[in-house]
Design a protein around this ligand. Structure first.
Ligand code: NOJ
Length: 483
């Protein structure tokens, strides 16, 4: 049985709910919070321990909730605060935790802070955002480009003749994290939700909220994006850690740490217990499904993370192509192997809704596209088997729905459920150390703890594995062996 040494978030399997597409209680075509309430039995049955909800806060939805117009209230279309509290209460009763998405890097241009900031050069909150004069020829103050579309990250506000910085859309102005009042205001937002009972935050753009104070040009030839992982952001994370550390039971910070260098990733853990609890590992998410590539990412992660730090693993999220398509060429054998790796590594796995079904990326006809950055194919409604009415995005094809898969013991869904149950009942899988074992080409074998070995044949050839007593693994077969 699992040891008592671990915190809940180290034992947990997290499940990301993209609210708009999870479950729709009022049949308006858009998922909502009561829809999640109605499906908690399913999530319990599956065996997940905590939910990460995509943004619940008030938003004009230029970037689907990631443009926040009010941090302290819930989007009416999701059911408002009453529905949120209902969900929180139901989760609590089941021992399931609720983590919400928090967007500290930027607000909506509709947020009262920005409305005030843009009103006049001398406005009380002018310095809460990043304003600069354009160059005399009208060009932006530096060469930074925004993440969406690569257009300049500066927009002129004619009323005051200055430009403001936005890492994303012009409707998402960046907050100025050098301003002490901004830091205080965001602490208050964290406390508002912690007091309500959330188990923590998935922090949007957690790696890059602080911008170069002197706004220097990015080096020629380098990507000119605004989002650079400056060490100054670590200090902000230490501050947030202190805020959450004042709460019992333990609350967590789960960072969207979009860096491809694992030693930089390690930096977000600080000394291991003073910054983020969990930092998403994008090199793992973007790895090819190849034994050497995955093994290398995992070994390096294990090597660079500071002592008490705990890895976080995911294969999909709402910004990237779903893993069965991106990594697995739509081949279910491969997706089963990838899922097995995700759920047996040392660290906290995060499932994206639909991962449990092996749901592939959907093809969205041009006229039905909704997202300005082309991410709709990863955000389509979860197929419950008949429960959506005129959904905001079409349902994808190529995967059996929840009801159908539940009835089939060999389905992807039942594999996922069995893996979660196995993980929960195995101290090795929850808490045991990771060690690579020798393996033939194309095969990845690791030991967890004292007595559990995971062998994944990530190749098209059968593989004879000495370490498993000469057992032959079929192409893409994986096994978990206890000795
Ligand atoms: C990362 C979020 O995951 C993404 O969906 C969003 O567009 C950007 N941050 C901007 O908030």
């Amino acid at each position: 049985m699992p040891s008592g040494r671990q915190s809940w978030w180290q034992r947990a399997v997290l499940y990301q709910v993209y609210i708009r597409s999870f479950a729709d209680s009022d049949v308006d075509g858009v998922g909502d919070l009561r829809g999640i309430v109605e499906r908690l039995d399913y999530l319990d049955w599956l065996g997940v321990d905590a939910l990460w909800l995509s943004p619940v806060t008030v938003s004009p939805d230029r970037d689907w909730g990631y443009d926040v117009a009010d941090y302290n209230d819930v989007q009416p279309g999701f059911g408002g605060m009453a529905a949120f509290d209902e969900l929180l209460g139901d989760c609590e009763r089941r021992g399931m935790r609720l983590i919400i998405d928090l967007v500290p890097n930027h607000t909506s241009d509709q947020h009262p802070w920005f409305r005030d900031s843009r009103a006049a050069r001398a406005a009380p909150r002018r310095d809460w955002y990043i304003w600069r004069d354009p160059n005399p020829d009208g060009s932006p103050p530096n060469n930074w480009r925004s993440t969406f579309g690569g257009t300049p990250a500066w927009t002129l506000d004619p009323a005051t003749g200055q430009m403001y910085l936005h890492s994303f859309l012009p409707e998402q102005p960046d907050l100025n994290w050098w301003n002490a009042d901004v830091r205080d205001a965001m602490d208050a937002v964290l406390r508002f939700w912690l007091d309500r009972g959330v188990a923590g935050f998935r922090l949007d753009v957690a790696h890059a909220v602080v911008k170069d104070r002197e706004l220097r040009d990015r080096p020629a030839g380098a990507a000119e994006f605004v989002l650079v992982d400056l060490d100054e952001t670590f200090a902000v994370q230490r501050r947030w850690r202190k805020v959450v550390a004042a709460y019992e039971p333990e609350r967590i910070l789960l960072g969207e740490t979009w860096v491809m260098d694992l030693s930089r990733l390690a930096g977000f853990y600080g000394s291991g217990d003073d910054q983020l609890h969990l930092a998403f590992n994008f090199p793992f998410l973007f790895s090819a499904l190849e034994a050497d590539a995955l093994r290398r990412v995992v070994e390096e992660t294990e090597a660079v993370l500071p002592g008490p730090a705990w890895p976080a693993w995911a294969l999909s999220n709402h910004d990237v192509v779903r893993f069965p398509t991106r990594m697995c060429d739509g081949d279910e054998r491969k997706a089963r192997a990838a899922l097995t790796a995700l759920l047996t590594l040392r660290g906290t796995p995060v499932l994206y809704y639909g991962d449990e079904l092996g749901m592939p990326q959907a093809e969205i006809p041009r006229e039905l596209e909704r997202d300005m950055a082309g991410r709709d194919g990863a955000r389509t409604p979860l197929p419950w088997n008949g429960d959506w009415h005129e959904p905001w995005l079409p349902l994808g094809a190529g995967v059996a729905g929840v009801a159908e898969q539940r009835d089939d013991p060999d389905s992807f869904l039942n594999l996922c459920r069995r893996l979660l149950a196995r993980r929960r009942s195995s101290a090795d899988l929850q808490d045991g150390s990771y060690e690579t074992l020798p393996a033939p080409p194309g095969v990845w074998i690791f030991r967890r703890g004292e007595g559990t070995r995971v062998a994944l044949n990530l190749s098209d050839e059968p593989a004879e594995v000495d370490d498993l007593g000469g057992r032959t693994l079929a192409p893409w077969e994986s096994v978990i062996v206890e000795s």
